[in-house]
Design a protein around this ligand. Structure first.
Ligand code: HEM
Length: 117
């Protein structure tokens, strides 16, 4: 079970790499108002959701404690991010404030995941 959980943590981290990488590589474009939500960002956000839910189930099945409040907050923040990216995925130039909110909330989730112990 440990190996399976670690595989899902790895996929979880690949998901955040796709989502956050899409944001960080377009920060200059964001300033110019020409950034867009790439397919990689959408798929990264979806990967976070699927692997996160799977990690909750796998940890519970394995008798490992899960911090439900922490995971719940990460889930709510991610749902907002996913909704924004999904709704605006076809826009060729996303408003810089919307793009910034997605990047900011994603960073918030990274900080929640790493600093909330
Ligand atoms: C962008 C959003 C997210 C980020 C940046 C993120 C980040 C991380 C990171 C870095 C880890 C590994 C470190 C650790 O074990 O504490 C992790 C583990 C985990 N994540 Fe996420 N996560 C996100 C969303 C979610 C969501 C939506 C869920 C559940 C629905 C979730 C559930 C979990 C679980 C259960 C673990 C392993 C158990 C734990 O240690 O808390 N994550 N996450």
């Amino acid at each position: 079970m440990d190996v399976l959980i670690n595989v899902f943590v790895a996929l979880h981290i690949i998901g955040i790499a796709a989502l956050l990488g899409g944001f960080l590589t377009q920060m200059k474009a964001m300033g110019e108002g020409t950034a867009r939500f790439t397919p990689g960002m959408l798929h990264g956000a979806l990967t976070m959701l699927v692997t996160g839910v799977a990690l909750v189930g796998l940890n519970q099945a394995d008798g490992q404690p899960v911090n439900n409040l922490k995971v719940g907050v990460k889930l709510v923040v991610l749902v907002v991010v996913l909704a924004l990216v999904y709704v605006k995925r076809d826009e060729e130039a996303v408003d810089k404030r919307v793009f910034g909110v997605v990047g900011g909330l994603t960073l918030v989730n990274v900080l929640i995941a790493t600093l909330w112990t």
